[in-house]
Design a binder for this molecule. Structure first.
Ligand SMILES: [Zn+2]
Ligand SMILES: [Zn+2]
Length: 153
């Protein structure tokens, strides 16, 4: 479900946080982006709304919003973490061949997560780590660098 800025700001306040210009710029950037963003992406995205932003300030805003439960980070492998709204907890897939990222619709895994919780007493955090594998382009036999990928399958 898409969130509005007002709704998210309400959430920040309900968790005891203040809506600073920096935090608002970060929330806006995430709402406006179709993709999840790294801290570097974020610095670029907030620059017009938050002219005094720098790397440290962006990190502080990201970490404080995460503590307030509004946003989360995802590890996509050996790269920087990606940030997204807490209301968008999708499983990410990352291709080990080309780095392509695919987001799985949350509903696809609901039944599996429920079964894991009920039968194995474990609550999955689907958006903390990506699943790694190979996209169809990288697994194609026409590509010489795919020998490894095919031998792993
Ligand atoms: Zn690939
Ligand atoms: Zn983490």
């Amino acid at each position: 479900m898409p969130m509005s800025v007002a709704k998210i700001e309400e959430l920040v306040r309900a968790s005891g946080g203040r809506v600073t210009p920096g935090r608002r710029a970060v929330i806006d950037a995430l709402l406006q982006s179709d993709n999840w963003l790294t801290a570097d992406d974020m610095l670029v995205a907030v620059r017009s709304a938050w002219p005094r932003a720098n790397e440290a300030a962006v990190y502080r805003a990201l970490e404080s919003l995460e503590q307030l439960g509004v946003i989360c980070h995802t590890h996509l492998g050996h790269t920087a973490s990606y940030w997204h709204l807490a209301t968008d907890p999708r499983q990410s897939l990352v291709c080990e061949g080309c780095g392509r990222v695919v987001l799985v619709p949350a509903a696809w895994l609901e039944a599996l997560h429920r079964r894991i919780r009920d039968e194995l007493d474990f609550v999955v955090a689907p958006d903390h780590f990506a699943w790694s594998g190979f996209c169809n382009r990288c697994i194609s036999p026409q590509r010489p660098d795919c020998v490894q990928a095919r031998s792993m399958s």
